[in-house]
Design a protein around this ligand. Structure first.
Ligand SMILES: [Fe+2]
Length: 184
């Protein structure tokens, strides 16, 4: 696990508090997590420089924090130019904040016949931007894809609603089928 400062402790404490009042927050819960993440990224000097070192094979995931309760975790993803996720979901809520570089965010909906269609226009996320994902939510997307769209190294911070090792990610490699994969 990467060593970080008290900023990460503050973010963890806020997310834990929001989880404690999730029943009260209802559908606004994920948005509140996004606000907490956004505030934590107002200053990025707490983020270790080592996270800006990409790997060649794929985007690199570094675990920053895993709550002892197992109800949420925080990770950093480091992206070399051109690296991308497949189209996927997480089967849990999540918030993604951009620290450096630029990422394209694509979101999809799965129709009853299994076909994936774009949920809306792609977004290019720059430092300070936060996007949310949550299954079975009236307005938030679930199925998505992120990809680096800059010649520089990109860095994003991800908060997810379970232990990172327990994310049951579905990939959507074609329009008509899916299979589960563990990971971000
Ligand atoms: Fe994702």
């Amino acid at each position: 696990m990467v060593e970080t400062s008290s900023h990460l402790s503050d973010l963890s404490r806020k997310v834990r508090f929001l989880l404690n009042i999730r029943d009260v927050l209802g559908t606004s819960f994920c948005g509140e997590v996004g606000c907490a993440l956004s505030r934590s990224l107002e200053s990025t000097d707490w983020i270790p420089a080592e996270l800006m070192e990409p790997q060649l094979s794929s985007y690199r995931r570094s675990i920053l924090y895993e709550d002892p309760t197992g109800f949420f975790a925080i990770a950093a993803l480091t992206w070399a130019p051109g690296q991308a996720t497949p189209i996927h979901d997480h089967q849990t809520w999540g918030a993604v904040g951009i620290v450096a570089g630029a990422l394209r965010s694509e979101t999809y909906v799965r129709q009853v016949d299994g076909e994936l269609v774009k949920r809306g226009p792609d977004e290019v996320l720059v430092p300070g931007a936060v996007v949310l994902v949550q299954p079975v939510h009236p307005t938030l997307p679930d199925i998505h894809r992120l990809s680096s769209v800059t010649d520089e190294v990109s860095l994003s911070i991800h908060v997810y609603g379970c232990r990172l090792s327990e994310i049951n990610r579905n990939l959507y490699p074609t329009q008509f089928w899916q299979y589960p994969v563990i990971g971000l």
